[in-house]
Design a protein. Sequence first.
Length: 549
Amino acid sequence: MADKINEKLEEACKNNPHLVDYLNNLRDKGRKIPEFMAQLSKSAADIRYPNIMYPVGDPIFIHILGDEQKGIVEYVTIEPVLSEKEKEDFRKIMDTILEKAPNQPAPENDAALRETINKLLNETVSIGKSVRKKGILNKFFGMEEKLEISPLEYEKIVYFINRDIIGSGPIEPVIRDPYLEDIHNIGLHGVFIVHKVFGMVRTTIDFEAKNRLDDWLRSMSERIGRPVSESRPISDGALPDGSRINIIYSDDVSRRGSSFTMRKFSDVPVSITQLINWGSIDALSAGYMWMCLENGMSIFFSGETASGKTTMLNACLPFINRKLKIFTVEDTAEVQVPQAVWQQLITREQGPPESHVDMFTLIKAGLRSRPNYIIAGEIRGVEGAVAFQAMQTGHPVLATFHASSVKKMIQRITGSPINVPVTFIDNLNIAMILQAVYRKGKFLRRCLAIEEIEGYYEESGGVVTRAVFVWDAASDKHNFRGLNNSYILEQKIADKLGYSDKRRIYEDVFMRAKILERMREMKIEDYHKVLKVIWDFQEKGLDGLPFSL
């Protein structure tokens, strides 16, 4: 295995001279050459002080470097490095390109923008010695003299132009990293990330100067259509790749300098079998959710910030029948719906007040568009009351919600500004409570409980709920407490399916849990492959499965 890894590292070095320089620098400092991995596994998290390198797309590599003496793990980004002369050439080239750009047709997309940039670059520079030979002729005929650069410098310049104009600038390496979850920037020198394997680590990314950070934040805010300024220092929105960014632009507001938080979303959602593998939920809990979503139950995915609410919601959406119409309402596009009939609406906060469109208005519009499911990205205010009205009229509603327990969730729903009467609370069928927990030195995301909401009973003086699944922290297992005692399965779904013996409904749940467990055993984790198995089973039953149970 070691030889294969060394071969891959050697191949990477042939194509990337800056990687060779980086490794030589490590040797000079007396450090070991890192283990080169094409892909990371979750088991790497068990290494206390890792020394691992992996590619995120040429010419960028990531080095996870543990230092036992300092007691830290650092996230080192490896990308081409410009010399002082190359930096000066880069500035000249950028100035020339920006000067010429207004005379070019407006590009319609990133591909067209990249083509325009390459055209202007090739008009500005020449590779090798051709310029020196033609310099006198160029001047004689009044032709523009090009800047001469070497082939290697040309490759570097192309990388940095694409990085800074089309890409994400200094944070491009972490944006490319498929193992990234969040980026947390605190002023000039503090860029941290939440890594899917190694947790919170500090990066070597440095904005170096206040004006560079401020310029970058203004550029990002313009990309999301919500520009920041001293008079409007806070902005929040989605970048073209779906990542969500929150910007605080002001020394007055952010005392350590302008700052930002970015949450990255992958193009393909995490699958339910991946979450089962990670222990976030077990197969039986997921089988229960499958049964509930297949049969039109309203569910809130509730938890604190970064507890995995949207990830879990997206992973569960394949359980909904493929032929149903889904209507989503969000401030920032995060919900990823696999069903073909998907009406996706986003709030609008820009422009004059009369042109604003909020969640409340969009959910009301959803009631008129005859959806089978309404999904609210996050319920925070008066739109919650409309969501409950939708449930009352027979529209199942899914939503994420900020509350760390069912009790707190009900308090928020029935309190201001949502103000849903407590007697209406039984329109919501299920609450899944999620949390980021610290266990044995690791941060993990877990479904703490799945609770059924039976309703408000005056004689009991409150809302009666049943915890059908509860996570046990000591064993890290999910316990099924709802066997032969589930209100939703027996009183709602079994009735809907016409079961004379309501206990048969548990066989349906166990069957779905077996299918999910079998997929896990066979390492069927890709979201689209998992989706196909689920939908084939819904359409053809056991005959549609690619395996036997």
